[in-house]
Design a protein around this ligand. Structure first.
Ligand SMILES: Cc1ncc(C[n+]2csc(CCOP(=O)(O)OP(=O)(O)O)c2C)c(N)n1
Ligand SMILES: [Mg+2]
Length: 349
């Protein structure tokens, strides 16, 4: 029945379906802005629907959406208590129709997603087109994500980071059970993906784990590379999306500053795979989907059977998906009353 994540770069099927709801049961979620804001130009949140929000932390209830009923409690316990109160026939009316609608909406979205290879430019900007043409031999983020999706074990725990390539990935991995996806949803700190996956492995030593981070965010957390290979530490697999830019910030600036950007370039001479090797763990660079699939499968096998950590540096083109918070930002405006001629260098004391 699951149709994927709502929110930033998530599942269009989830958005289309929830937009038709009369009642939303939000079970164990704080409904943070990133998971409820408009996506793909669809303002899907059903404003007239009555919302029942269940969260273990009462302070989070009603933070972003007006609730009809707020319940502070453990999601599983509350779900069981609600189920126990429902009569046998609850939800039977038109159940088949709803199941069909869910099934067809989900299949249509998955088909659309499998044919999405590239990112669009906003009117008046051409960064993505230029990026594609400049490096036609490189994978786009979506092509890489499809390869990753096909190599991830079903039971893997994954972590994500804040950045454009990680965000594009919100639509791809699917999970059969809970507690598999770690993401820095509330404050969105860059540098979360790597330490989070080390923690996930320490907590679940028998489960394959794969962390994801963009190259800028990874740089914030990379000092852990010198620690994570120590004896007795469980092995992990880490994927680094290497587009040599603080991509998410570049997308914001190209959009709001007339296709222009500043301060978003990373050093082309830095090689994360070789830094990994220098730290005594394995590092590989991959350029094609077949190499990526193979490297990921091999790294997970090494993690599980030989306790070996691998960093996979995935070389991507510089295409960029939807900007963060399109809804919250706008083009800079000229501030009234300030003339550039009024600006003068500071005089030394
Ligand atoms: C600690 C911290 N610093 C800055 C930011 C602002 N920020 C959000 S995304 C981003 C760029 C991330 O770049 P990268 O990790 O290379 O991923 P990409 O967007 O290129 O895929 C930055 C600087 C943040 N979220 N957290
Ligand atoms: Mg980057």
């Amino acid at each position: 029945m699951s149709v994927g994540l709502l929110g930033y770069n998530g599942s269009k099927a989830a958005m289309e379906l929830i937009s038709k709801a009369d009642v939303v049961l939000a079970l164990g979620t704080r409904l943070n802005p990133f998971s409820t804001l408009p996506g793909y130009g669809i303002d899907y949140w059903p404003k007239a629907a009555r919302l029942i929000q269940v969260d273990i932390n009462g302070d989070r209830i009603g933070l972003t959406k007006k609730v009809a009923v707020g319940i502070a409690g453990d999601a599983k316990t509350v779900a069981e208590q609600i189920l126990a109160k429902l009569p046998e026939h609850a939800g039977q009316k038109n159940r088949g129709d709803r199941q069909n609608l869910i099934h067809t909406t989900r299949s249509a979205w998955l088909q659309q997603l499998s044919s999405m290879d590239h990112e669009d430019d906003d009117p008046g900007t051409s960064w993505n087109e230029r990026a594609r043409n400049r490096e036609p031999e490189k994978m786009s983020p979506r092509i890489a994500w499809r390869a990753i999706q096909s190599s991830l074990p079903k039971d893997a725990v994954i972590s994500s980071d804040i950045g454009n390539n990680c965000a594009i990935g919100n639509a791809y991995p699917t999970f059969e059970v809970g507690r598999k996806y770690l993401a820095p949803g509330l404050f969105g700190p860059c540098g979360y993906g790597f330490p989070a996956i080390i923690g996930a492995k320490i907590g679940n030593p028998g489960t394959p784990v794969v962390g994801f981070a963009g190259d800028g965010a990874f740089g914030i957390s990379m000092n852990e590379m010198t620690a994570c290979g120590r004896q007795h530490w469980p092995a992990i697999t880490m994927v680094i999306f290497r587009n040599y830019q603080w991509g998410a910030e570049k997308r914001n600036t190209t959009l709001w500053f007339d296709d222009n950007f500043v301060g978003t370039e990373l050093d082309l001479d830095v090689n994360y795979a070789r830094i990994a090797e220098a730290c005594g763990v394995k590092g590989v660079q991959v350029r094609s989907t077949s190499d990526l699939r193979e490297a990921l499968a091999e790294a997970i096998d090494a993690q599980m059977t030989r306790n070996e950590t691998t960093f996979i540096e995935v070389l991507l083109n510089q295409e960029l998906g939807e900007p963060f918070r399109r809804d919250a930002m706008k083009k800079p405006v000229v501030v009234a009353g300030i003339d550039p001629a009024d600006m003068c260098p500071q005089q030394p004391a």
